[in-house]
Each structure stands twice: as structure tokens, then as C-alpha cells.
Design a protein around this ligand. Structure first.
Ligand code: SF4
Length: 321
């Protein structure tokens, strides 16, 4: 049987995740270890372990950070109360929140200041949702699913707008919006997509290859929302089976039983080295023929956080004077 791998593109690191990881690396270079990071900088075990080995210390809350130390906020963003707590404790902060998450925070603040009710479509407890809801807790209600859209109650006297987490399934989110709109015809939409370009592109790439895949392998961690969505999108789009793995160690030979075509992709917080490991494992099992299927080109790059750039510039100047 001819065996083949369809490699989805784009896949892996997005501009916001890359920026966040480089922020921690540069902070370690500049200030020396330890550098504290509130929550996982991106939702990927391999990345977190590698940064820990370089001197990063990941904490859940700021009370675990010694007074006066440097702390990086993760790509998923934080509520204003976290910034306030950092200031109270005299922590030096570097905010690696993805600019596309910051955009959603800005929308939430603006709509709340206009007295609107905000229906935030997202997953309860996800760090990004906690951060976004913290911008205007009295104005926001979480809607987790199309079924939730049937139950949510709104004040008929006030205008209503929906926003969303950046890493959701595009199709499921639109189903939720459609249900909301049936119930609230005056529902307003955000000025531009909240589901980010990287999430959309990775889902579109999976949809392209899924119908031809006997098995679709998604590299990404279990707490990575966009990685988990890729498995769901793959199955909905025709892949006969789909598995998410953190890396090569979790792959199982039996998944390949009877398979001719294996699809491969990775979530937005996944470095390419993990995909390379999976490709090697597949090649050892006869799947050495790899076709990359590209459905979009990505060129977006975000500048590092301004507070870090300022310190890097000062250090460079001091070194030459
Ligand atoms: Fe930013 Fe999207 Fe990447 Fe999240 S997945 S860090 S929103 S680019």
C-alpha cells in the first residue's frame, strides 16, 4: 500500500506565542535567572520545561513571586487586578500578552464603557477568558456553547454585543452566534474577528487535508485550546480518526493499522522540532513520503513588549559606552 503523510501548513507557532517565548528567553539573558512567569507562557509542556531548564520559574499567582522580582505575564493575558497586585508588590512586570488578546480586552473595555452587555463566547476557566472577563466583570456573561446560547438571559433594555476567546472553533462559534442572534435580533458583532488569524488558518489547513486522512495527528498539549480544537475540526471534516499528542513518546503503532494516509499538524504554541520528531517516527514506519499542503501564507510578526525593548536598548547602550 502506498503510504503518505499530508503535512498541514500553516501549523505550529503563531506570532503571539513566538513573541511570548522569545520574551522569556530575552528576559533571562538580560536580567539573569530566575525570571518568574505567571502561568504557562504558552500552553505547551515542552516549551515550559525547556524554559524552566534555562532558569524560568512558573507560578500560578503573584504571591509566589518574591517582592521586587521580575515577572512575565503569559500570552493569554491578565485581568487589570493582576497588574494592580503586581504594582502593590513592587514587581517588575513584562507583559507578553498577545496583541490579539489585548485587542479583545480593549473591545470589552470600550463596550462596557458604553453601557453594553457583553456575551463572551469562550471556555470557563481558560486563562484568556479569566483575563478578558476581568476587564468588565459586571458587564460580561460567559457563553460556552450553542446550548448555552439558548439559556443565557439579557436585559432587554440594554444593547448586547458578543466577543469571543481567540482560540475557539470557528464553526462552533458561528453556531453559537447564530443561536444568540435568533434569540436577540439586535445582537451586535465585534468590529473584526476575535478568533485570531493563527487559529483560523490552522483550522482551515486541517479542513483541507482531513477528508484524505485515515489518521490525523495533532501535536499540542492537552491544555492548549487551539490544539484540542484541531482534533475536533479534523474529525468533523472527515478524518477517520484523530489523536492529539504532546510529542513522539505518546504515539502508538496501532493507530497506523490499515492506514495509508496520515495527516499531521500542530497547535499555535508548538515548536517545529516536535513535528520533526513525529515525521521521523512516521518515516521509520514506512510513512516517509511527505507532502506539505499549504492553504495560507503567514508573515505576521509582533515586536517584543516595549518595557523589554527599552531595557534591551539601555543594556546595549551601557555595553558600548
Ligand atoms: Fe495570539 Fe492567536 Fe497565538 Fe493566541 S493563538 S497567542 S491570540 S496569535
Amino acid at each position: 500500500m502506498p503510504k503518505k503523510v499530508l503535512l498541514a501548513a500553516p501549523r505550529g507557532y503563531c506570532a503571539g506565542g513566538d513573541r511570548a517565548v522569545v520574551t522569556v528567553e530575552k528576559a533571562l539573558e538580560l536580567y539573569g535567572a530566575p525570571v518568574y512567569v505567571r502561568k504557562q507562557i504558552v500552553h505547551n509542556k515542552y516549551v515550559v520545561t525547556r524554559l524552566e531548564e534555562s532558569g524560568a520559574i512558573f507560578v500560578d499567582e503573584l504571591d509566589e513571586v518574591p517582592e521586587g522580582a521580575t515577572v512575565v505575564f503569559s500570552a493569554h493575558g491578565v485581568a487589570p487586578s493582576v497588574h494592580a497586585e503586581a504594582a502593590d508588590r513592587s514587581l517588575k512586570t513584562i507583559d507578553a500578552t498577545c496583541p490579539l488578546v489585548t485587542k479583545v480586552h480593549s473591545e470589552a473595555k470600550r463596550f462596557a464603557s458604553e453601557g453594553m452587555q457583553i456575551l463572551l463566547i469562550g471556555h470557563e476557566g481558560h486563562e484568556e477568558v479569566v483575563g478578558t472577563m476581568g476587564e468588565a466583570p459586571d458587564h460580561m456573561t460567559l457563553v460556552e456553547s450553542p446550548a448555552d446560547a439558548e439559556r443565557v438571559s439579557v436585559d432587554p433594555e440594554r444593547p448586547v454585543v458578543w466577543l469571543s476567546q481567540t482560540t475557539l472553533s470557528v464553526d462552533e462559534t458561528m453556531q453559537t452566534v447564530d443561536r444568540l442572534r435568533e434569540r436577540i435580533p439586535s445582537l451586535q458583532s465585534p468590529p473584526s474577528d476575535d478568533i485570531c488569524y493563527a487559529t483560523q488558518n490552522r483550522q482551515a489547513a486541517v479542513k483541507t487535508i482531513a477528508p484524505a486522512c485515515d489518521v490525523l495527528i495533532v501535536v499540542g498539549s492537552g491544555n492548549s485550546s487551539n490544539s484540542v480544537r484541531l482534533v475536533e475540526v479534523g474529525l468533523e471534516s472527515g478524518a477517520r480518526s484523530s489523536y492529539r499528542v504532546d510529542g513522539v513518546d505518546e504515539l502508538r503503532d496501532e493507530w497506523l493499522d490499515g492506514a495509508e494516509t496520515v495527516g499531521l499538524t500542530s497547535g499555535a504554541s508548538v515548536p517545529e522540532v516536535l513535528v520533526a520528531g513525529v515525521l521521523e517516527w512516521l518515516a521509520e514506519r514506512g510513512f516517509g513520503d511527505v507532502e506539505e499542503v499549504t492553504s495560507a501564507e503567514e508573515t505576521l510578526v509582533f515586536a517584543l513588549p516595549p518595557e523589554l525593548r527599552r531595557d534591551m536598548k539601555a543594556a546595549a547602550k551601557a555595553a558600548t559606552s
